[in-house]
Design a protein around this ligand. Structure first.
Ligand code: OSB
Ligand code: MG
Length: 375
């Protein structure tokens, strides 16, 4: 079933986080969220979300660069053009158009959702997803003391989370992880995420973490590195998981060829959308590399896309797919995303498309900027 896009509407909303989220490269107390509405020539309509942040402290993209990129370069390549299927959108966005993957992904993923909606299938089934529910983890920001982190980690364990990720940085690492391991016991599935806070020369602190039996350590070194991570992995027993460095299937191939890590965190926004995510997923499945779905503090719209992706078979580890209430007093979707006491989030598999409805009145009230682009 072919796709012809008639309109792209951009809007920015502000959502306040229940508590500030601190990682080694910055802190967020609210999210400026870029929402995208796509309308097909036959009137089919979907919402999508661009995961770019306010500042370029995770990747070079921001809300503002993504807005510009969608208006100037993404929209002209897709509006009014007929695509045989959603798989063909990504190549059209890659042709002589470098980077801006989060901007591309927002529209590309929306095209998959449009195609699923028109095929009257859930996005999960349309993508080839097989899971009914997804094991879920929580990502805990850097806290001011080990005791504070232990408090958060205990609460997460009590809520049933299947994986607890501790953000670390030099000075907030060994003592923090030690305290949580001690409090939660030897079997608690713990991991750490450094968001590039270390250099290879500081590898000693990371070697010290080996004794805590972490499931993995995420992206300890530079955001675009796969070479030094290979040297570090040789020194560590703990598997390295790459996040920032994996910007596409080529980097996943480099990781496996060089031994830069043993696990990949797939965030569809980071890699340019679902075609690239599925290619990484399939490549990793062939090479026995488990993957899991990361998060970017998305609203309930972005979460719908992540949950659908995480239902694919090689998503073998719990995703950063916390329920709406972990982030917001109130989400912008109905129903809100929930997690059961066993740390599982249900995949919408029966309704066509995303399986959630956007609360348009609430979104209107939260909107700070908008722009409509037509063919
Ligand atoms: O490194 O995974 C990360 C949030 C913003 C930027 C980077 C990261 C994160 C998270 C949040 O860890 C995970 C979530 O959405 O719950
Ligand atoms: Mg990460």
């Amino acid at each position: 079933m072919s796709l012809t896009l008639r309109q792209i509407a951009l809007r920015e909303i502000t959502l306040h986080l229940k508590e500030p989220f601190r990682i080694s490269s910055g802190v967020a107390s609210h999210r400026r969220i870029l929402l995208v509405e796509l309308t097909d020539a036959d009137g089919t309509h979907v919402w999508a979300e661009c995961v770019a942040g306010e500042a370029p402290n995770y990747s070079p993209e921001t809300v503002d660069t993504a807005w510009l990129a969608i208006r100037e370069w993404v929209a002209p390549r897709v509006l009014g053009r007929t695509f045989e299927n959603a798989q063909n959108v990504f190549p059209a966005l890659e042709q002589d158009f470098r980077g801006h993957r989060m901007a591309k992904a927002a529209v590309e993923m929306g095209m998959w959702a449009l195609a699923a909606t028109r095929a009257e299938q859930s996005l999960s089934r349309f993508l080839g997803g097989t899971r009914q529910e997804i094991a879920t983890g929580i990502s805990l920001g850097i806290q001011e003391s080990p005791a504070k982190l232990v408090e958060k980690a205990r609460a997460a364990q009590a809520q049933g989370y299947r994986k607890i990720k501790l953000k670390i940085q030099p000075g907030s690492d060994v003592a923090f992880v030690a305290a949580v391991r001690e409090a939660l016991g030897p079997d608690a599935p713990l991991m750490a995420d450094a968001n590039n806070a270390y250099t290879l020369a500081e590898g000693d602190a990371l070697e010290e973490l080996d004794r805590f039996g972490l499931v993995m350590i995420e992206q300890p070194l530079a955001w675009d590195d796969v070479v030094q991570h290979a040297q570090l992995q040789q020194r560590l027993k703990t598997p390295i998981c790459l996040d920032e460095s994996i910007t596409g299937p080529d980097k996943a191939e480099d990781m496996v060829a060089l031994g830069s890590g043993r696990i990949i965190n797939i965030k569809p926004g980071r890699v340019g959308g679902f075609a690239a995510s599925r290619a990484i997923h399939d490549f990793c499945a062939r090479h026995d590399v488990p993957v899991w779905c990361g998060g970017m503090l998305e609203s309930g719209v972005g979460r719908a896309y992540n949950v659908a992706l995480a239902s694919l078979p090689n998503f073998l580890l719990p995703g950063d797919l916390s329920p709406s209430a972990r982030y917001w007093e109130r989400d912008i979707v109905t129903p809100e995303w929930t997690m059961n006491g066993h740390g599982m989030v249900r995949v919408p598999r029966d309704a066509p498309g995303l399986g959630i409805t956007v609360d348009r009145d609430r979104v209107e009230n939260l909107t700070v900027r908008r722009e409509v682009i037509t063919a």
